[in-house]
Write a protein that binds this ligand. Structure first.
Ligand code: SAH
Length: 343
């Protein structure tokens, strides 16, 4: 029988497995805590579990191991980019960001990405595979262990489209939020999507308290299609309706991410279209001066242009912020994470 990766299991699933093995249910909680709080890398470290039972565990389960292979620290703001090697030698990237209110980790959800956004490095060679839940939680545990920093919040904004890996993403949330695990509050978790409409509804109906960020980047279908292939599948109107449903159902404000690209999506006309789209809804716009990706030749809008764009939105009553660019000297900023590190 193929061994099960034990860190892929929620506590309920682990309890089921443990009971099926003829052991007491409470053992599952102990094991879960070793895995998700104490971050052990072998069953032998589980000192309150008998040797016999540890052996049984070893026969039934395996433990994912991801390995830090490189670490780049920004000289500007101490943002740290971690490169992890997965068991089959794929490389993924995650970022530790230090804010005055606490530390945030940005994790990847896939090796590569198949969404094809024209401004993003993560999608350059397409999708390799989904990450398992174990690989998603392990990015956080490893960063916490290495940096000795407490992690306060998590953003799913690294490589990949989390809603293209929906089931593993949901299990990830359940485990990382669990009181017997790291216990990271749902309100401290943000998932970003390029706009997979049915999944936005599905997530809304789960009534979780996590934050939704929507990568808008263009206010009309025509313009969006020219930079984001997913726009051929779902219209801007459908996406915004889904986000409004999310905001209504969860009472959580939705953040719209908008990377400003000179001459592409930064005109007054674009701002007016956004206002038409979002006026009066529980929304927040986060403007991101587009980051460099060496294979692409997009240019950031000027500071002046960004300020004017923000002012137009604010004057229309839409809450707007301009994102600080963290870690751009180490290619750790939005859209700069990728699956290979030979660059
Ligand atoms: N696939 C998800 C998660 C990725 S999050 C999504 O699309 O939302 C990464 C964020 O950075 C997204 O908003 C993405 O659109 C944005 N981004 C990608 N490339 C960028 C770039 N070159 N400059 C600024 N933001 C970028």
């Amino acid at each position: 029988m193929e061994k099960i990766d034990i860190k892929n299991l929620t506590l309920d699933e682990l309890e089921q497995e443990i009971v099926n093995m003829g052991e007491a249910k409470f053992r599952a909680k102990q094991i879960f805590s070793w895995l998700h709080q104490k971050n052990v890398s072998s069953f032998d470290e589980m000192s309150n579990i008998s040797k016999d039972f540890r052996e049984k565990l070893n026969n039934r389960f395996k433990m994912t191991n991801i390995e830090i292979v490189d670490k780049l620290i920004s000289s500007v703001d101490k943002t740290t980019k971690y490169l992890f090697k997965l068991e089959n030698n794929h490389i993924i990237e995650s970022v530790l960001m230090k804010y005055s209110y606490g530390n945030a980790v940005c994790i990847s959800s896939q090796v590569g990405c198949r969404m094809g956004c024209t401004f993003c490095a993560s999608t350059l060679d397409g999708l390799e595979r989904n990450l398992t839940t174990a690989e998603m939680v392990s990015q956080i545990y490893k960063i916490q262990q290495d940096s000795k920093e407490k992690i306060r919040s998590i953003v799913l904004m690294g490589s990949g489209e989390p809603f293209d890996n929906f089931d593993n993403f949901l299990k990830f949330i359940e485990i990382i939020n669990h009181k017997d695990g790291l216990n990271i509050g749902q309100r401290h978790i943000t998932v970003s999507t390029c706009g997979i409409v049915p999944k936005i509804y599905e997530l809304a109906d789960k009534k979780l308290q996590i934050n939704l960020a929507l990568s808008l980047h263009a206010p009309t279908d025509e313009k969006r299609k020219s930079i984001m292939p997913i726009a051929k599948k779902y219209t801007v109107r459908e996406i915004v309706e889904a986000c409004k449903y999310f905001a209504k159902t969860t009472k959580r404000r939705v953040t719209y991410e908008y990377a400003l690209i000179a001459g592409v999506n930064d005109t007054e006309e674009d701002a007016k279209e956004i206002i038409k789209l979002l006026k009066g809804s529980l929304a927040h716009i986060n403007l991101i001066p587009v980051n460099d990706v060496k294979e692409r030749n997009y240019i950031k809008s000027s500071k002046e242009q960004i300020k004017n764009f923000a002012t137009l939105l604010k004057n229309a009553g839409i809450e707007t912020t301009i994102r600080r660019e963290l870690g751009s000297d180490i290619n750790a900023a939005c859209g700069q994470l990728r699956k290979s590190y030979k660059y």
